[in-house]
Design a protein around this ligand. Structure first.
Ligand code: BTN
Length: 245
């Protein structure tokens, strides 16, 4: 897949959308060193500190494919890329955080944003390599020590892994992706709050269903949630922490 490399852009995600809207889109990856106006999920700003991965992928939207499943498949692709860089003692702290974030311990390492326009899908990935913009985020440098891997190499690995995950979806094997999620998801059996705009719902995470929705148990009843932001309630977080520094 061709990769368009840019020194500076407002947002790789917005550029991908513009390409589709002005009929110049083709299947490609877009990688930028600097973003001046990055966007996150739910219209939030994605502050784009220097030296991180800012990327978008334009693909033809596969026929009859569920966006929710593509979103979960992308998170697996990014998770596998990062996991590959970590030594065994650290791999277990790398989590999938529903709906499509990657966390290391309780901090966000990577975020994913999807957009469907006409018969195209834009899959955008931001990954903190060298710096973070907020205390709730973590970078690969902090996890690994100063990293000797370029954004370009990370992006190529994400692209390759994403091809594999999309092939799984095409062969009707969301069950493999779901299994990977269930093995790596943060917050199972923890109390969480899921927010969607003004609405919020608290309950206990019981897993991911066969179409990628979060299974949340609220007052003994299972609810199936297809979109929102999940917050693990601080005191009851179920992750393994290092006891020593
Ligand atoms: C999230 O809110 O977690 C999703 C963040 C997605 C950020 C990436 S960085 C590259 C691409 N360009 C953007 O403006 N946003 C996405």
């Amino acid at each position: 897949m061709k990769i368009i490399k840019l020194k500076k852009i407002d947002s790789t995600h917005k550029l991908a959308i513009r390409m589709i809207e002005n009929n110049s889109a083709f299947e490609c990856g877009i990688l930028a060193d600097i973003q001046t106006n990055g966007v996150g999920r739910c219209g939030r700003k994605w502050t784009s500190a220097d030296g991180n991965l800012y990327s978008s992928i334009i693909r033809k939207l596969p026929k009859n494919e569920d966006i929710c499943k593509i979103s979960l498949a992308t998170a697996c692709a990014v998770h596998k890329t990062v996991k590959n860089l970590l030594d065994p003692t650290k791999k277990e702290f790398l989590y999938l955080h529903w709906p499509n974030d990657i966390y290391y311990k309780n901090k966000k390492l990577s975020g994913i944003l999807l957009a469907v326009i006409e018969n195209w899908i834009v899959i955008s990935v931001g990954l903190n390599i060298h710096s973070v913009s907020m205390p709730t985020a973590v970078s690969l440098d902090e996890i690994i020590g100063v990293l000797d891997v370029s954004a370009d190499r990370l992006f190529r690995s994400v692209l390759n892994n994403l091809d594999d995950e999309m092939n799984l979806l095409q062969t009707d094997s969301f069950s493999d992706i779901r299994k990977y999620w269930i093995r790596n998801i943060v917050g199972v059996n923890s109390e969480v709050t899921v927010r969607n705009g003004e609405d919020s719902l608290s309950g206990t995470v019981r897993g991911i269903d066969e179409i990628g929705r979060l299974i949340l148990e609220c007052d003994g009843e299972k609810l199936y949630i297809s979109s929102g932001d999940m917050f693990v309630n601080e005191k009851k977080i179920v992750v393994n922490y290092d006891k020593k520094k």
